[in-house]
Design a protein around this ligand. Structure first.
Ligand SMILES: [Fe+2]
Ligand SMILES: [Fe+2]
Length: 388
């Protein structure tokens, strides 16, 4: 059996790694391609928010899922401590005494191969497959190959490969800056965002794409309008426009679920609802939406709270909560009597605008003989009667 070993930190595993693994599959046709994430010992300097070894294994399973024959191995993670390839090969050799082992590495790794721990042992047990990039290191690489062959009897294969022009550390940096730029598989990126690894913030265009998939098509225009209105209000009132955009994009994410479906979501997220909410399940979308935004997109507490209160309002809301409540009310696709006055007020005085919006909402509910939920009543009392 031919077994290729492809190790690395994979922190995170990106499209360049998957491409390299695919090259190995295409050119070497191994029976098994072991992807071996190195253990990263706690004392090694790790940036805040990096996933644990177990979590990194899971990211690798997602990243290499499409590569034929690829299997993520926890051999180095299980061994703990610093990962030496020679120890890994020794363990694998015991498991596969008769099989061909091929060690996959990048150009830089080959160039310093004699510095590797027990490199001569590695050369005896393995053939080396080098993912060679076509650049000015080519001559140096050929020279090195000849030297290793001559002095140590090394067997080296060259694989042509175009590496990603970006390192994992640069990707980690970009994730914090809300940039994804197609460097990560979507499942890997979703997992990173969902768990908040690397303190990643979702790219807004990606977030829209994901959020819109939850919406009934007719609601998309409203959500787009709500996002843009929330951003304008945020800029006016000194709030973070990206936080406002995120809240706007996600605020109605569970709106399409009605009745039993909405109650099922409540049970899933451990939301205890009262009788009035059970009678009018539509208002629960604010609570389930906040929970889903937290669970799937790792939004901050303040964004999740803004979504939580966007339908009913409540007394003494935060600036972001008021911004989302009002943006939902006055976004460009809305049309009702008194809208222009409310729009002007939202950019002049947030609390006055809340008072007007809540009285409009109360008036509308009464006209339509609809039940007024207690939070709306409390918000109305606070903003319209007690605030002075
Ligand atoms: Fe809503
Ligand atoms: Fe809405």
């Amino acid at each position: 059996m031919r077994i290729a070993l492809y190790g690395g930190s994979f922190n995170p595993p990106h499209l360049g790694h998957a491409e390299a693994a695919y090259t190995v599959y295409e050119e070497l046709k191994p029976d098994k391609l072991l992807i071996i994430p190195a253990n990263i010992p706690p004392h090694k300097e790790m940036e805040e928010g990096c996933p644990s070894a177990e979590e990194r294994l899971e990211l690798c399973r997602l990243a290499f899922a499409e590569i034929p024959g690829a299997e993520v191995s926890d051999i180095e993670v299980r061994r703990e401590g610093r990962s030496y390839t020679a120890d890994t090969v020794e363990q694998l050799r015991a498991e596969y005494p008769e099989d061909e082992l091929i060690l996959v590495m990048g150009t830089d790794m080959l160039l310093c191969f004699e510095d590797w721990y027990r490199f001569e042992y590695l050369l005896r047990e393995c053939c080396l497959a080098v993912l060679a990039r076509e650049d000015n290191q080519e001559l140096e690489l050929l020279e090195k190959m000849r030297l290793l062959q001559k002095e140590h009897g090394a067997k080296v294969i060259l694989l042509s490969h175009t590496p990603l022009a970006m390192s994992s550390s640069e990707i980690r940096e970009r994730l914090r800056l809300r940039l994804r730029a197609g460097l990560l598989d979507d499942k890997v990126y979703s997992c990173i965002i969902r768990n908040g690894y690397y303190d990643a913030l979702p790219e807004l265009s990606w977030l829209r794409e994901k959020a819109f998939a939850y919406l009934e098509p007719g609601r998309i225009a409203h959500v787009v309008g709500c996002e843009s209105e929330a951003v304008m209000l945020a800029k006016t009132w000194g709030e973070d426009p990206d936080a406002a955009a995120t809240a706007g994009i996600l605020h109605d994410i569970t709106k399409k679920y009605r009745g039993e479906e909405q109650l099922k979501l409540c049970r899933k997220y451990g939301i205890v609802y009262d009788e009035a909410e059970a009678r009018n399940t539509a208002i629960l979308h604010a609570r389930t939406g906040a929970a889903l935004a937290r669970e799937e997109f790792h939004v901050s507490e303040e964004i999740s709270e803004a979504i939580r209160w966007h339908t009913t309002g409540k007394p003494d809301m935060s600036t972001l909560e008021k911004i989302l409540y009002l943006a939902d009310f006055i976004e460009p696709t809305r049309d009702f009597p008194g809208l222009e006055e409310l729009r002007k007020l939202a950019y002049k005085d947030l609390n006055d605008a809340m008072a007007l919006a809540l009285s409009m909402s109360m008036g509308d509910l009464r006209r339509r003989e609809r039940e007024v939920y207690k939070d709306t009543l409390e918000a109305y009392n606070w903003y319209c009667l007690e605030r002075e």
